[in-house]
Every structure is written in C-alpha cells, then in structure tokens.
Write a protein that binds this ligand. Structure first.
Ligand SMILES: [Zn+2]
Ligand SMILES: [Zn+2]
Length: 226
C-alpha cells in the first residue's frame, strides 16, 4: 500500500473553528487502485466512524472534513487504515501544538485573528467586504484556539475550555459587528450615507446572518463553559 496521509487547515470555512481541519488520503502508488476500510475516530474511540470499501485509483485523493463527511477534527482525533479483523494497520493523528496563554506566535496572546485583526471580516477595494478566510469569520486566532473534545462527546460539539469571560468578550464583539451593519443600513435608509452597490449589500446581509449564527454558537458555548 502506498498511501500518504496529511492534515491541513481549510480556508474560507464558515463560522466555527471546529470544522477548520481536513485530512487528505492520497494513493501515491503507480499500480492501479486500492480498496480500503478506514476509520475516523476520537482519541478514546468512543464513537468511531468506519468507512468500508473506499476505492482510490492511482494518484487519487480522498478528503475528509466537516463538509465531505461531517467530521470535525479535534485534537487527538485520528484517521486509520483497517486491516483484517479491523485491526489498525496505519494511523495518522491530529496533534496540534497547544500554546500557553500569551505564547502564541501568531496573536501573541491576544487571541485575535491576525488576518482580520479580530474583526472576522476584511475589506478589499475590489472585492468589498468579505468574511476572513483565515478564521472563517470568528475573529479568533486559529493557531492557539485549537478544537478539543470532552471525553463523552465524540462527534458532538467540542467542549470549550475557554473561560466564560473570554467567550463573553467575543459575544460582545460579534454583537458590536452586527450593530455596526444595522447602523450602516439605517444611515443609508435615511440618506445620511451614500448608497452602495447590490453586491456589497448582499455581502453585508450574508455577513450579518453569519454573525448571528456565530452568536448562537457562542451563547451555547457560554452555557457549557460554566
Ligand atoms: Zn480572521
Ligand atoms: Zn493565537
């Protein structure tokens, strides 16, 4: 078997850092296809997800992530190739470096995404307003905010180890961004600011709905953080 496995970070993911990681399995062999049984699992194997008869042609790759198979990779999760009697023959584990407070080389402890300075959105003269592709709009630094699981919720929502005050801060941030968008709309309605193009309006509407979803996720996280 000539297989290459690799974890990577996705870009342009919506809303949550939980779906940020992806695993790609490539058949690097030259000789025909491989048919495999494989498994995606959390570290403790409480809820493994088995895929039977995956067929990969020579040079072909399969991608496993939230979008392709609803799997949200968390710290310690692994991808395994199963042999006879489902014995694990080979495995790749997601091991993300966990930084202690203030030690993240990316945000230096601010926990804000450096792609968008924590705003979740970026402004570009040509493209207008768009959701940050580095953090997926959360505004949170994805280098130190690594997804983890509680021992009891394998495929459930990853548990938050963030202190309530930090989550509350982000809630305030998101709320402020929503308020800003609404304020902009109001100003345009009463003619205080110039009209913008249709594309930008659509983008704003999309962004607002993304922010609202993020707000719901955060409220839920807050309720689980106490
Ligand atoms: Zn960002
Ligand atoms: Zn960071």
């Amino acid at each position: 078997m000539a297989l290459k496995g690799e974890f990577s970070k996705r870009t342009s993911v919506k809303l949550t850092t939980a779906g940020l990681y992806s695993f790609t399995l490539t058949n690097t062999g030259w000789l025909g296809s491989e048919t495999l049984d494989c498994m995606l699992s959390d570290e403790g194997m409480t809820e493994p997800h088995v895929i039977r008869g995956l067929r990969l042609k020579a040079g072909e790759a399969a991608v496993f992530n939230e979008e392709t198979c609803r799997w949200m990779w968390c710290q310690g999760d692994f991808f395994a190739i199963l042999g006879s009697r489902d014995k694990i023959e080979k495995k790749w584990q997601l091991r993300l470096k966990a930084y202690r407070p203030g030690e993240c080389p990316e945000c230096r402890g601010s926990r804000r995404c450096q792609g968008c300075r924590g705003e979740g959105v970026m402004f570009n003269t040509y493209a207008g307003l768009s959701i940050c592709s580095r953090c997926g709009g959360s505004g949170v630094c994805t280098t130190c905010d690594i997804p983890t699981r509680t021992p009891h919720s394998a495929s459930g929502t990853p548990h938050s180890h963030r202190p309530p005050a930090v989550i509350q801060n982000e809630i305030n941030d998101v709320q402020r961004q929503i308020d800003n968008i609404e304020w902009g709309w109001k100003m345009r309605d009463i003619g205080h600011s110039p009209d913008v193009g249709y594309a930008l309006q659509m983008e704003e509407a999309r962004l607002k709905s993304a922010l609202q979803k993020r707000l719901i996720t955060l409220q839920d996280e807050l309720s689980r953080a106490y």
